[in-house]
Design a protein around this ligand. Structure first.
Ligand SMILES: Cc1cc2nc3c(=O)[nH]c(=O)nc-3n(C[C@H](O)[C@H](O)[C@H](O)COP(=O)(O)OP(=O)(O)OC[C@H]3O[C@@H](n4cnc5c(N)ncnc54)[C@H](O)[C@@H]3O)c2cc1C
Ligand SMILES: NC(=O)c1ccc[n+]([C@@H]2O[C@H](COP(=O)([O-])OP(=O)(O)OC[C@H]3O[C@@H](n4cnc5c(N)ncnc54)[C@H](OP(=O)(O)O)[C@@H]3O)[C@@H](O)[C@H]2O)c1
Length: 511
């Protein structure tokens, strides 16, 4: 029986490197990698060796015959993804796994970074999330590199710690991988150090040969409708930070005494928030989360979470593994609507979407007592146009995006979940519209489009707020390749004389 990739796949792709027979796809060098919702094991060529199981940082892989009942569906999903992969079809080959391994640019980096005018190379990294930690891992493969990470919070690892849901315990395990990187004697972590406030970019540039910004996307997008700033209207960005106990959100609170919560947007973050809001009283006991939030959630009177999306089911932003996980654990319904029925019947443009639509089609339109407890309603073709106060409660005025019909949805809490947004880093150019540092393959560009020597970017602040934890690994590999190339030709000077280590920054770090 082959091995199978399951729900917590984070696209880190370590498994593709570990696999001796190249049966896990898409690999980072294959075309579908950037958009894949998960990787798959090609069952026809898996030799069942288990090398991928050891390599996976989030326990997403297991042998088919030992999968827990709720993960058995992934045997079929891996098979369907394998059969549908155009790269396999293009080979016109009955044995898809026999396609040859593409060249892996980063598989065997040189032992030392080639430096024309010096020896040691010192890199300062802003942020300690997955992008920073994967970059540090990549950089420390060079024996002559030291890495200093500056993190504004008192706890490292960014959204891997304060974003990933507390009940996604396998995914949280990625922190163990980052702990290994952080143990390297050439890695130094400076917590409670906000770049732009406690230290400036210029101070970091004076101290390090290169500065790599991995600050993520720390705020949220707004919808831009009247009433968005009313009390009782918040964002999943804040809600997630609150239940995960992010130190700067411990004072937050959310209205959970009303029977209904409306979430706008249907990405994976919306699903996470809905799952936490509908957890049974004792379900989250023992989870690594804010105890204050846990106490509030246990008193919650929420009976229904309505997730509204402006487009149809075929454009659902959530991924197949996440909706599968949700429907396993919760009562989920799809609001009846002729447009939805039409879209479910005709909207599939890929086997993955087909599978997603089949799952949505199988859901009831009214709650059935499958799981008991609060229900989650998926509502499509609906966009809020205003939020109004109604005594202690709120009313979301929404419009059907195809018929134009208006509907009022009474609620106690509205959470917008329309995506994260990067913030400017003082001292560096910023693309306000996209919320990223303008860059070319990780080299930060000035206002004239020229690379700023020695300044780089990776992760969500480089490409925007999308992708899984492991997506940042390939992203960081690209940026580190740019750094290595620039060091080799002297764009990044390691300076034979040691850099000035004194001054305000040194004093701050000693403090
Ligand atoms: C709610 C949520 C749940 C998710 N769950 C999953 C999941 O289950 N599986 C999965 O694969 N992916 C998940 N993701 C996606 C994944 O978390 C992201 O792809 C990843 O965290 C982005 O990495 P990053 O390093 O670019 O940003 P971040 O993780 O945001 O890290 C940025 C770091 O920089 C720090 N920082 C910011 N500004 C400064 C500054 N000025 N000075 C110093 N430090 C600074 C921040 O405090 C933070 O620690 C989730 C995302 C969200 C939002
Ligand atoms: N378990 C996991 O693996 C996991 C968990 C959480 C997050 N993540 C990842 O983290 C990334 C961010 O997730 P996310 O959920 O924040 O973002 P997302 O996937 O980009 O979803 C954003 C949602 O907001 C909607 N939206 C955007 N602007 C809107 C507007 N003005 N009005 C109404 N709706 C609007 C989008 O609809 P349109 O499509 O119509 O624009 C979409 O439904 C994703 O790549 C996600 O997969 C992964």
């Amino acid at each position: 029986m082959p091995h199978v990739i399951t729900q917590s796949c984070c696209s880190d792709a370590s498994c593709t490197f570990a696999c001796p027979v190249n049966c896990i796809h898409p690999t980072p060098d294959e075309p579908g990698f950037a958009t894949a919702e998960m990787l798959y094991v090609d069952p026809t060529s898996c030799v069942d060796c288990g090398a991928c199981v050891t390599a996976c940082p989030v326990d997403a892989i297991g042998p088919a015959h030992r999968l827990p009942e709720e993960h058995k569906v992934y045997i079929e999903i891996n098979r369907v993804l394998s059969a549908a992969d155009p790269a396999n079809a293009a080979l016109d080959n009955p044995d898809p796994g026999s396609r040859s391994r593409p060249p892996m640019a980063h598989a065997v980096p040189p032992k030392r970074l080639h430096v024309p005018d010096g020896d040691e190379v010192s890199i300062g990294i802003v942020g300690s999330g997955p992008a920073a930690m994967y970059a540090a891992d990549e950089l420390l493969r060079y024996g002559n590199v030291t890495v200093d990470v500056y993190e504004k919070l008192a706890v490292p690892y960014g959204l891997a710690r304060f974003g990933v849901a507390p009940d996604h315990t396998r995914t949280r395990k990625v922190a163990e991988l980052f702990d290994v990187v952080a143990k390297d004697p050439r890695f130094r972590l400076h917590l409670n150090t906000a770049v732009g406030t406690d230290v400036t970019i210029d101070e970091l540039r004076a101290r390090h040969d290169a500065v790599l910004v991995a600050a993520g996307a720390s705020t949220d997008r707004k919808i831009g409708i009247p009433g968005e700033d009313l009390p009782g209207v918040g964002s999943t960005t804040d809600f997630v930070a609150w239940y995960n106990g992010r130190p700067d959100h411990t004072g937050d609170d959310f209205e959970l005494a009303n029977g209904r919560v409306v979430i706008v947007g249907n990405g994976n973050v919306a699903l996470d928030a809905a799952r936490i809001l509908t957890a049974g009283r004792d379900e989250l006991l023992g989870a690594d989360m804010s105890q204050k939030a846990l106490a509030r959630l246990r008193e919650s009177k929420v009976e229904e979470v309505v997730i509204v999306a402006r487009r149809g089911p075929e454009h659902s932003a959530f991924t197949l593994p996440e909706i599968l996980g949700l429907t396993d654990e919760r009562t989920v319904t799809v609001d009846p609507d002729p447009e939805v029925a039409e879209s479910l019947a005709t909207g599939a443009d890929s086997p993955l979407t087909e599978r997603k639509l089949a799952l949505l089609e199988s859901l009831p339109t009214t709650p059935q007592a499958t799981h008991g407890g609060p229900a989650i309603r998926l509502r499509y073709f609906t966009t809020p146009i205003a939020i109004e106060a109604d005594g202690d409660a709120l009313v979301v005025r929404a419009r059907h995006t195809t018929t134009g019909a208006e509907v009022d949805i009474p609620t106690g809490l509205v959470l917008t979940s329309v995506g994260y947004k990067g913030r400017p880093v003082p001292g560096l150019p910023f693309d306000e519209a996209r919320g990223v540092l303008p860059n070319s393959a990780g080299r930060v560009l000035d206002d004239d489009g020229a690379p700023i020597p020695g300044v780089y970017v990776t992760g969500w602040i480089k490409r925007g707020p999308n992708g899984f934890i492991g997506t940042n690994k390939t992203d960081s590999q690209e940026t580190v390749a740019a750094i290595a190339a620039d060091v080799a030709i002297g764009v990044v000077s390691s300076r034979p004389a040691p850099k000035a280590r004194g001054g305000r920054l040194a004093r701050l770090l000693r403090g």
